[in-house]
Structure formats: C-alpha cells, structure tokens
Design a protein around this ligand. Structure first.
Ligand SMILES: *Cc1c(COP(=O)(O)O)cnc(C)c1O
Length: 478
C-alpha cells in the first residue's frame, strides 16, 4: 500500500496569493530603513482557506489524550479535566505579573499556599516547594537537598547514591549532575529491591537511595519499611521518585513510609497537561529535618496575609519567579474537585483497571513479574515462535487507533511493554485495547509481515528516531 504524501504548504504556494487583507492606509506612507527589508525568504503564498486547512490538518495529526487511548506506562496519561483549563484562564490569575506587589496578588499566593498544604497532606511531608519545572527537575532539587543536609552537618564523605536497576534514567542523571557517583542495586525475583545487595552497599559514604514506589514494574515495594530503615541506619536519606503516586493517593503516604524527600509530577498524578500540551511541574516535598533546605521562594502565611519566603538554608532558586504557575492552578482545581474521597477513588480505580487489563493481556503477552500490580504492569512484547518484537507490536497498535504503551523500559525486562490504563478509561476501552493486542499476537503468527511493516495508517511509518533527534531537519527543502 503506498500512501500519497499530502502537499506541504510550500507546494500549495502560488505567486501573488495572500491569506490576509490589510486595512486601507490611513497614515503617510514611509519606506523601511535600508537593510531592514528581506526579499529572499521565499515564503509560501496561499489563500486564507488553504492556510487554515493546512494548519488544521496538521493539528489533527497529533495523538492526544482527548482523541485516543494513551496507555503510556509510567506517564499517567489520564484525562485532563476541562474545568482545570477554565480555572487557569480566570483573568485575575492568568493576567497577574510575577513582580506585582504582594498586597495585590494575595489570591495567587493563597492558591500556592493551599496547594503546598494539600500536597503535604497527600504525601505526609512537613514542607513543599513548588519551584521545580518537571519531575527530573524535582529529582535534581531533591538530590541537592540531600547534599545540603549532609554538608550542613559537616559530613562530606558521602559520595554515592544507590539506585535500583528498575529506576527511570532521570534518577542516575540527577545524581550525576549533583556530583555523586551512582551504584546500581539489583531487583530480586519478585521485583523488589534486593535487600542483601542493598545492605552490602550501605556504609557512611551513602548519600541516599532513590526509590520509586510503586516501582517501574508497577509493583509495590514489599520491603519498603526495611529498605528505609536500612538506609537510615547508615546515615543516608531516602529519595522517593513520586512519578507513580497515582497508585497511592489517599491510601499510603510516602512521608509515613519513611521517605525523606519526594517529587510530585503534577502533570501525571494531578492532571495538568503533558509534553506538547503544556509545561510540567515537579514540586518537592520533604520531612521536617530537610525543610530548611527547600528551594524557594515558597508561599507562607503570616496571620491572614500571604507572603513569599526563602527557607533559611535553601539550596536557592531553581526557576525564574515561582514555578510554572498555570500548572498550580490546574492541579489545585483538580485536588479540590476530587476531595479526599475522590482522590482515594482515583488510586483504587487505577489499580483495579491495571489488574483487570493485566488479566486480559497475560494470555497473549506474558507478564514480566506475575504479582498483583498497582496502577500499571509490564508485559513481554515479543511473540514466542516469531521474530515479532515489542516495537512491532507497539507500531501495529497505531493501526488499531491506540497510542502505543511505553516500550523497552524498564531496562531489566526484555521487550518490555509497560501499560498504564489509568482510572479515567472505561471498561469498553480497556476491552478494545486488550482485543487489539490479542489480534496482533494472532497476526504475528499468521502474517508477520503485516506487523513488521506497521503502522499502515499513520502519515509516516517507521522513523529513524535516533537520527531524527540528533540531526533534525527543521527547514523545508523542496
Ligand atoms: C516521568 C518520570 C520521571 C521524570 O519526570 P518528568 O516530569 O518527565 O521529568 C521520573 N521517574 C519516573 C518513574 C517517571 O515515570
């Protein structure tokens, strides 16, 4: 099947055609200064209708949570309620300037303060800073906080951060960027941190452990209390990667489990838009002893007045002004709309959906570690007896109208397909997705070429993603 490429806007161009009409000149005509006119740009000349069609068509090529099911594991691609957008567009919030006098932005500061308080309550921490712009940025903040804590006690010999082999790549990156070495801790056959391996690395050079719970296999760390005790026993701190907090909302609090610091991904757990949909936001929460080191400024309350303050021993600013403020509005709206029982229901339904889908997928794609999962699970995406791999299955899913799951992560599972249904999907959608996977497994045996050459319905097929990222072609070359 050959696809006819759609014409690019340059190819629609016809000399003299315009997509605009200027109003009649009502001031004296003047020429632009010498050197300020370029006539070598070769811009497309199209009518307004062609122009509108071109960009509307392009916009419709986006995969978006508002149009398709998006089970991208670890990313929590759940529905972003439209009421969040409505709140974020309230003029009194969206039109203020970050340098306005405090007295004139009391409502904006109150919202920041209330969001900090809500995140503290949800996570069991003593302090929260909303500064970081993403999860990875929150990790970086957290590792700098751990470093500042040790140094404030005159303890300079701690140089290594322990990280389980199932961790997201941002964990070792954040540690390395903070000047520490990384020691990988293996997982055991139940997908937990290998306790013996952990203990053998615990000494007075440990900065801390970075632990994701539930981990990237979608499994609750069964020995979490002992893991935290072990790290604390050697003077280290426990960093929580909070990307998977969706599974714990209203049920367990990282602060109560023994974590010292954790980042939240407002764009995962708290329904602010992802990726191309908007900037991220990765607040950090800390226990009492780490609160003085939080990045700032953070919102504080003095009597009935709201103000911004810098914690005494702050690691400093990480972001211009106060963070990605528009995301605070959206996340706060979501939290208040859901309320405590609503948030708990989020976690319960996310876990129920994942276990339901896991049971339907398992006969076709075996589960990496067969245990009751939390909000996501990891299957092996290769089809036994064929040369069909996870990538082929992922690409073929596009033809069935689904965004592929995360694949080839976590690295400890061969041909990983990491599937996170989220709580906002219906049973019908989950059934249709499981049915598509069953059919692809069947196609892989009957007509492997069909799967190998997928996708067949997308505007472009298999891209060289590495070259595309390393050597992007951003200009039209007709
Ligand atoms: C998404 C994710 C991160 C990084 O968060 P960003 O907001 O994308 O920077 C870190 N760890 C895990 C487990 C994640 O899923």
């Amino acid at each position: 099947m050959t696809r006819q490429p759609e014409p690019l806007i340059f190819e629609l161009s016809s000399p003299g055609r315009t997509a605009f009409t200027l109003p009649e000149l009502d001031v004296p005509q003047a020429s632009l200064p010498e050197g300020h006119v370029r006539d070598d740009l070769n811009l497309p000349e199209v009518s307004e209708l062609e122009f509108v069609r071109h960009y509307t068509r392009l916009s419709q090529k986006n995969y978006a949570i508002d149009t398709v099911y998006y089970p991208l594991g670890s990313c929590t691609m759940k529905y972003n309620p439209k009421v969040n957008e409505k709140a974020a567009s309230i003029e009194g919030l969206s039109q203020v300037h970050p340098l306005q006098p405090e007295a004139s932005v009391q409502g904006s500061l109150e919202l920041m303060y209330n969001l900090q308080e809500a995140l503290k309550e949800i996570s069991g921490f003593a302090g929260v800073s909303l500064q970081p712009a993403a999860g990875a940025h929150g990790e970086f903040a957290g590792v700098l906080i751990m470093r500042a804590y040790h140094e404030s006690r005159g303890d300079f010999k701690r140089t290594k951060v322990l990280i389980p082999d199932s961790a997201h790549g941002t964990n070792p990156a954040s540690s390395a960027m903070s000047g520490f070495s990384v020691v990988e801790i293996p997982s055991d056959e139940r997908g937990n941190v290998d306790l013996d391996a952990l203990k053998s690395e615990c000494d007075d050079t440990v900065v801390g452990l970075m632990l994701t719970n539930p981990n990237t296999l979608g499994l609750f760390e069964e020995n979490v209390l002992e893991v935290c005790d072990t790290i604390h026993g050697c003077g280290g701190l426990v960093y929580g990667d909070g990307a998977n907090l969706n599974a714990l909302l209203g049920i367990a609090r990282p602060g109560d489990l023994g974590f010292d610091v954790l980042h939240f991904n407002l764009h995962k757990t708290f329904t602010t838009p992802h990726g191309g949909g908007g900037p991220g936001s990765g607040p950090v929460g800390v226990s009492q002893r780490l609160a003085p080191f939080l990045p700032g400024p953070i919102a504080a309350k003095a009597g009935d007045h709201y103000t911004l303050m810098m914690p005494e021993q702050s690691i400093g600013r990480l972001k211009a002004f106060y963070g990605n403020y528009g995301m605070f509005i959206r996340a706060y709206t979501y939290i208040r709309m859901m309320g405590p029982t609503g948030l708990r229901a989020v976690a319960e339904h996310a876990v129920l959906n994942a276990n339901y889908l896991k049971a339907k997928v398992a006969p076709h794609f075996p589960i990496a570690v067969e245990r009751t999962c939390m909000h996501e699970f990891v299957a092996h995406g290769d089809v036994s007896g064929t040369d069909i791999r996870a990538l082929d299955v992922a690409k073929r899913l596009i033809d069935y109208g689904f965004h592929p799951p995360t694949n080839y992560f976590p690295l400890i599972v061969h041909d990983a397909l990491m599937i996170e249904p989220t709580e906002t999907e219906s049973k019908e959608t989950l059934d249709a997705f499981a049915e598509a996977l069953a059919q692809i497994a069947e196609e892989a045996r009957r007509d492997p070429e069909l799967v190998h050459s997928a996708p067949h319905t997308a505007p472009v097929t298999r891209l060289d993603e590495v070259t595309a990222a390393r050597k992007p072609v951003l200009c039209y070359k007709g």
